[in-house]
Design a protein around this ligand. Structure first.
Ligand SMILES: C[S@@+](CC[C@H](N)C(=O)[O-])C[C@H]1O[C@@H](n2cnc3c(N)ncnc32)[C@H](O)[C@@H]1O
Length: 334
């Protein structure tokens, strides 16, 4: 979307009334989805919207048909989840996207098998059996992943995703010039700074690292233009460096410490390093304290005390992350 004249900061670019937002509460099968809501519960909380899209996209007389027709068969997203597995492993090694995508695929298949397929088989009058399959479901998940919005509810809590026509035309950049505001009756796209004639109107999908953008949206911000970018250093790298040049006794002690750290899940997804240093530096500090603790001092009690602090540091860093949560798209099942 390009500006065709200068736009002032604070100007409303367009307004989407709530009835024009596509969600599970705005479809002909709303009543059915409500009646069966208990059986449609899942980790992702996306099932009602995905079933809504499946239903509305199979009815030519749907009021949403002109919107849905913009994505014939929902085949548009070049997300890593559709790349051949070997290519993903080879090209995305070390980014965390390989594991995240594998987890997504596992969750999507399980959700389809245990929640969606039983629902579809109970309602063959509403869903064409030959079309309503896992393959379509995966394309719908990708569509929701890359095009939906989620309204934050009082801090951490998030509503289920919804489709917001028009707002979902906007691309993302960290240095965005517009953002979506939610109010009771309408959603408004508002300029957050002056936009020049001919400039692209950019929304924000959140403060996302390139690995997250690639995982959920299939693109990255080039070079060093993404201040939210991170690199992930696997924890095992830390153990390897600690072991380096040590004698057998020290190595044995280090391995004991590592087992304890692993059991207490202090070493999980890796050390995230951003432009301004290590994210959750508190956790790294506590792990280093345990690793460098003299043998006489090392015991479950001492290590446990350090790791108790680690939990505190972890919770604090989770709060910071929740405060900067994206309002646009999420990883499946997060
Ligand atoms: C909500 S849609 C935005 C509208 C989209 N460009 C379209 O025409 O349908 C999100 C998708 O747009 C693309 N996209 C958004 N921002 C981008 C950017 N800065 N660079 C490249 N592609 C981008 C990605 O394919 C992403 O999955």
């Amino acid at each position: 979307m390009l500006a065709v004249k200068p736009i002032a900061s604070g100007e409303v670019l367009f307004v989407v009334p709530r009835p024009a937002v596509l969600s599970h509460s705005n479809t002909d099968i709303h009543q059915l989805l409500t009646t069966e809501s208990l059986s449609l519960r899942s980790r992702s909380r996306w099932v009602p919207l995905l079933l809504t899209l499946m239903y509305e996209s199979s009815h030519l007389d749907s009021p949403w048909a002109p919107y849905i027709a913009l994505w014939p068969n929902f085949v548009q997203a070049d997300l890593p989840m559709f790349w051949p597995r070997d290519e993903r492993r080879e090209l995305l090694r070390g980014t965390g996207v390989v594991q995240a995508t594998a987890q997504d695929l596992q969750n999507i298949r399980k959700e389809f098998r245990t929640v969606v397929a039983p629902f579809l088989s109970r309602h063959t009058d509403l869903f064409e059996p030959e079309r309503s399959n896992l393959e379509l479901y995966m394309r719908l998940v990708a569509f929701v992943m890359a095009y939906s919005f989620q309204e934050s509810r009082g801090g951490k809590k998030r509503n289920p995703p919804v489709m917001v026509p028009m707002a979902d035309m906007l691309n993302h950049t960290t240095n965005h010039n517009a953002q979506l505001e939610f109010s009771q009756d309408v959603l408004k796209m508002v300029a957050v700074r002056a936009i020049a004639d001919g400039e692209e109107v950019f929304n924000t999908y959140g403060q996302l690292a390139n690995s997250q953008l690639l995982h959920m949206y299939g693109f990255t911000e080039p070079g060093s233009t993404n201040p939210n970018d991170t690199a992930r250093v696997p924890w095992i790298t830390l153990l390897r460096s600690a072991l380096h040049g040590q004698g057998p006794k020290e190595r044995k002690l280090l391995r004991r410490k590592w087992r304890l750290l692993s059991q207490l899940t202090a070493v999980d997804e890796g050390i995230m390093v951003g432009w301004h240093g290590v994210h959750s530096a508190g956790k790294l500090e506590q792990v280093l304290k345990v690793l460098s603790m003299p043998k006489a001092q090392f015991g479950v009690q001492n290590a446990g005390k350090e790791l108790g602090n680690t939990q505190g540091a972890l919770e604090a860093s989770a709060d910071v992350e929740a405060g900067t949560e994206a309002n646009f798209g999420t990883t499946f099942g997060a």
